[in-house]
Ligand binder design. Structure first.
Ligand SMILES: C[S@@+](CC[C@H](N)C(=O)[O-])C[C@H]1O[C@@H](n2cnc3c(N)ncnc32)[C@H](O)[C@@H]1O
Length: 287
């Protein structure tokens, strides 16, 4: 069976075997690990993962690739292959994926979930982002993604890439760019540079966010126009729930300068700000 890469499925295969190894080594796998791989492709990375992890759930949308990988992975009894779209929609995993991962996590004591994947770039953001609020909380993620996405995940206040996405990852995890890679390590070559990122969840930091859903929505709302003055962003976000005077009360309590901008706020400050609004408007949702 030959391979005809389907652009619509983000099929860019990693052809440098050293990089396969780097991805799997970076994940530090052992018997306790249940690995979710989104995008089985030919099954080459899956095989390396299966040799080290307790169990692998690998998901492939393309029937041709699924058949090819099924042959390749025939000898591995710790691999569950799913021929489905990994996502039900932008904000949710396919329930079949959730069920398969849940079953493997429950199959032995002390199991933990890790994502290891050369992700299809068109769905890299929802996959990584949804994992952070999934019913199966991951231990860590190692993934190949667009370099630009990795930079946004790891960005610090004041930088051009700092956004609600950076805050969403950093409020609960450490983000590290392990390796930047040129298009030439893939076939066919993507149009952009890529990066291997490692995201390790910090349970204590995560537990310090009183309401992750509220925090996520609130930061998304105030980062919509992140270069604008913070006050204008908050007034717009709270419109219909709190009036300007009520917003100004909170801004004064935080001691912000009038010309404070959203892009300068670090995670700790954003958490404090969110809590003040959550107390005043617990039922607020982003419109
Ligand atoms: C970047 S390739 C990686 C393949 C393989 N892991 C490798 O590195 O050689 C991404 C794979 O994800 C599959 N894919 C794309 N969209 C998907 C989706 N929504 N759900 C599951 N698999 C998907 C593609 O068909 C493709 O095989």
């Amino acid at each position: 069976m030959g391979i005809r890469p389907a652009t619509r499925h983000g099929q860019n295969f990693l052809i440098d075997l050293n990089l396969h190894r780097l991805i799997v080594d970076t994940a530090n796998l052992d018997e306790r690990d249940v690995v979710l791989e989104v995008g089985t492709g030919t099954g080459a990375i899956t095989q390396l993962i299966a040799e080290r992890a307790g169990a692998v759930v690998t998901v492939e949308i393309d029937g041709h690739m699924f058949d090819l990988a099924s042959e390749m992975l025939l000898d591995f009894d710790n691999v569950t292959m799913l021929h489905v779209d990994a996502l039900r929609n932008k904000n949710n995993f396919n329930p079949a994926v959730s069920e398969a991962v849940g079953a493997q996590l429950a199959a032995a004591p002390n199991r933990r979930l890790k994502l290891v994947a050369n992700l299809p770039y068109n769905i890299a953001t929802p996959i990584l982002s949804n994992l952070l609020s999934w019913e199966h909380s991951p231990h860590s993620m190692v993934a190949t993604i667009q370099k630009e996405l990795g930079e946004r995940m790891a960005a610090q206040p004041w930088s051009k890439d700092y956004s609600a996405l950076s805050v969403w990852f950093q409020c609960q995890a450490d983000v590290e760019i392990v390796r930047v890679m040129p298009p030439s390590v893939f076939w066919p070559e993507p149009k952009v540079d890529s990066a291997i990122v490692k995201v390790v969840i910090d349970p204590a930091r995560r537990a310090a966010v009183p309401d992750l859903g509220y925090f996520h929505q609130f930061t998304k709302a105030i980062f919509l126009h992140r270069r604008k003055f913070l006050r204008a962003n908050v007034v717009a976000a709270m419109k219909g729930t709190l009036d300007k005077a009520q917003v100004d009360e909170v801004m004064a309590e935080m001691g912000f300068a009038e010309d404070a901008r959203t892009e300068q706020l670090d995670v700790a400050t954003l958490l404090k700000l969110t809590e003040l609004f959550r107390r005043r408007a617990p039922d607020w949702t982003m419109s």
